[in-house]
Design a protein around this ligand. Structure first.
Ligand code: BES
Ligand code: MN
Length: 458
C-alpha cells in the first residue's frame, strides 16, 4: 500500500470514535421530510451538514432554498483541472418513525447494541453520507486528495425529490462533473462486497372510492347499496392475476428483458429464498410466476398496496357501512417503464373495472423512472478494486429493488454515470421500527471509500 493510502487509513482508524460521535449527533436530528412539523429539524440537519462540510475544508458551501426543503452544496477543486471531478450525492432527510411503540429505544436517541447502532435514518442514509465524508476527511487531513469533489445533499429524497430535477436543470454549470457517486444503496451481507448497477423506479398513487355521502347503519342500509370498502378490495384483488402478474393494461409492454448471461449471473448471487424467508418472517415467499426471487426483486416490476383505510377500525365492534375507502398504491418500475404511463394504465384499469355504483378518484403522488448503469465504466472498476482491497474477495453485482430517482436525472440532466454503492443491508429495517446500521461494515466502508478515491485518480 502506498504511503498516502496507509496514512489516510491510519487517520480513519485513529478517528473512529469521533466519526461515530458525529454519526450519533447527526442521527439525533429528526429530519423527517414528510412531516410539516419537522421543518425546523430539516433545517437543522441541513445546517449541520453545511457546517460539517466547512469544518472539512470544503469550499463554497451553500444552503440553497427550494420550494421544498433546502439543498446543501459544497466543493473541493484543489486536485486541479486534469483530475476528475466526482459529484457526491446524499440525502439528510429520513422517513417517519411510526409505529413508534415498536422501537426498543427512541428513534432519535441512537443506541449501540452489539455490532449495531439503532436510529431512524442511520443506515438510510446518514451513515452512508458520513462514509463518503469521513473518507474525504481522512485523506485531506493526512495528505493530498487525488480528485476533485462536489457535494450535493438534498432533504427530499424520502418524498420523491420533487425539487431536485429543477435544481439540477438550473445549476448545471455549478454541478459539472465527470461522474456521480450515490452511497444510498447497499450491500447484501457483511461478508459480501456488492455493487448496485440498477435501481427500480417508482410510481406512487392514492385511490379513493366513494359510495353514500355519509357513513350508514349497516343494518338499515346493508343490502341496498354497494359498500365502498368492499368495492376497493375487489379492485385491488383484480390488480393481479392468479400468476402474480399485474393486470394494468400495457404494464409489461415496455419492460426490458434480461439476457441469458445476466440471468445466469443473478442466479449465482450468494443470497436466495432462505435469506428472504428469514429476513421477513413471512410463512412463505410469493411473487410473479416464472421468475426467481432475485429476478422478481430486481428485474421485474411490481404493484404493492402500501396502506388501506376505511370504516371502523377502533376497539370493539361498530356496525357501519362506510362512506368511503382509500388505498395507497405504488408500483416499482424497471427500464423502460414510465411513471406517467403507469398512472394512465391504472386510470384505464379503473375505468374498466370500477363498479358503476361507486365514484372514484386517482391521485398521482411522486415517482421516478428506473435507472441502469454502465458496469464497465472506469469509475465502477475503481470501486470494485477498492472493495476487493478491503474485503479480500471480488464484488457481486446486483440490481436493487428500491429507488433513488435522481440517478436517472444525473444521466439525463447532467449527462453523467453514477456509481451506486453503500453499506446498508436488506435487514437493516429501513423505513421500519428499529432501523440499524452494522458498525463493523460501516468502518470497512470508510476504508473502502478511501481506496475508491485513490483508485479514481489512477
Ligand atoms: N436508500 C433508499 C433506497 C434503497 C433501499 C436503496 C434499499 C438500496 C436498498 C432510499 O432512501 C429510498 O427509500 N427511496 C424510496 C424512493 C422514494 C421516491 C420515496 C424508495 O425506494 O421507496
Ligand atoms: Mn429511504
Amino acid at each position: 500500500m502506498s504511503d498516502n493510502r496507509s496514512l489516510a487509513i491510519q487517520y480513519a482508524h485513529n478517528n473512529a470514535t469521533r466519526f461515530l460521535d458525529e454519526l450519533i449527533t447527526f442521527s439525533s436530528i429528526s429530519s423527517i421530510s414528510t412531516e410539516a412539523k419537522s421543518k425546523p429539524e430539516i433545517l437543522q440537519a441541513a445546517e449541520w451538514t453545511a457546517n460539517h462540510l466547512r469544518l472539512l475544508g470544503i469550499n463554497n458551501v451553500q444552503i440553497f432554498s427550494t420550494p421544498g426543503h433546502p439543498v446543501v452544496y459544497g466543493e473541493w477543486m484543489g486536485a486541479g483541472e486534469s483530475a476528475p471531478t466526482a459529484l457526491i450525492y446524499g440525502h439528510y432527510d429520513v422517513q417517519p418513525v411510526d409505529p413508534i411503540d415498536l422501537w426498543v429505544t427512541g428513534p432519535f436517541t441512537p443506541e449501540i447494541r452489539g455490532d449495531y447502532i439503532y436510529a431512524r435514518g442511520i443506515t438510510d442514509m446518514k451513515g452512508q453520507m458520513l462514509v463518503a465524508l469521513d473518507a474525504f476527511e481522512s485523506i485531506s487531513k493526512s495528505g493530498n486528495l487525488p480528485i476533485n469533489f462536489k457535494f450535493l445533499f438534498e432533504g427530499e429524497e424520502e418524498i420523491g425529490s420533487p425539487n431536485l430535477a429543477p435544481f439540477l436543470e438550473s445549476h448545471k454549470e455549478l454541478l459539472r462533473c465527470d461522474f456521480a457517486i450515490n452511497p444510498d444503496t447497499g450491500t447484501l451481507a457483511p461478508e459480501i462486497p456488492c455493487i448496485t448497477y440498477a435501481l427500480r423506479g417508482l410510481a406512487y398513487m392514492e385511490l379513493r372510492v366513494f359510495g353514500p355521502d355519509h357513513d350508514l347503519h349497516s343494518g338499515v342500509f346493508g343490502g341496498a347499496i354497494r359498500n365502498p370498502a368492499q368495492a376497493l378490495c375487489e379492485l385491488i384483488a383484480d390488480m393481479h392475476d392468479d400468476q402474480g402478474r399485474v393486470t394494468l393494461p400495457g404494464f409489461y409492454e415496455k419492460v426490458r428483458l434480461i439476457d441469458a448471461a445476466e440471468k445466469a449471473e443473478l442466479a449465482q448471487l450468494p443470497i436466495g429464498d432462505e435469506y428472504y424467508l428469514n429476513a421477513t418472517g413471512a410463512p412463505a415467499l410469493h411473487g410473479e410466476n416464472g421468475f426467481t426471487t432475485i429476478e422478481r426483486l430486481g428485474v421485474r416490476p411490481t404493484l404493492e398496496i402500501n396502506g388501506l383505510l376505511s370504516g371502523f377500525t377502533g376497539d370493539g365492534a361498530k356496525t357501519v357501512l362506510p362512506a368511503w375507502a382509500m388505498a395507497k398504491i405504488s408500483t416499482r418500475l424497471v427500464p423502460d417503464q414510465q411513471p406517467s404511463e403507469v398512472y394512465e394504465q391504472m386510470y384505464s384499469f379503473l375505468e374498466t373495472h370500477a363498479a358503476k355504483e361507486i365514484r372514484w378518484n386517482l391521485i398521482p403522488m411522486h415517482g421516478g423512472p428506473a435507472s441502469i448503469s454502465n458496469r464497465n465504466s472506469v469509475y465502477i472498476k475503481a470501486l470494485e478494486r477498492a472493495l476487493e482491497t478491503v474485503w479480500h474477495k471480488p464484488s457481486v453485482y446486483k440490481r436493487e429493488g428500491g429507488s433513488v430517482p435522481v440517478v436517472l436525472d444525473f444521466q439525463q440532466i447532467l449527462g453523467v454515470e453514477t456509481v451506486n454503492t453503500g453499506f446498508s443491508m436488506p435487514d437493516d429495517n429501513m423505513h421500519s421500527p428499529n432501523e440499524k446500521l452494522h458498525l463493523p461494515t460501516w468502518y470497512r466502508g470508510i476504508d473502502a471509500f478511501i481506496h475508491f478515491y485513490f483508485n479514481l485518480a489512477e
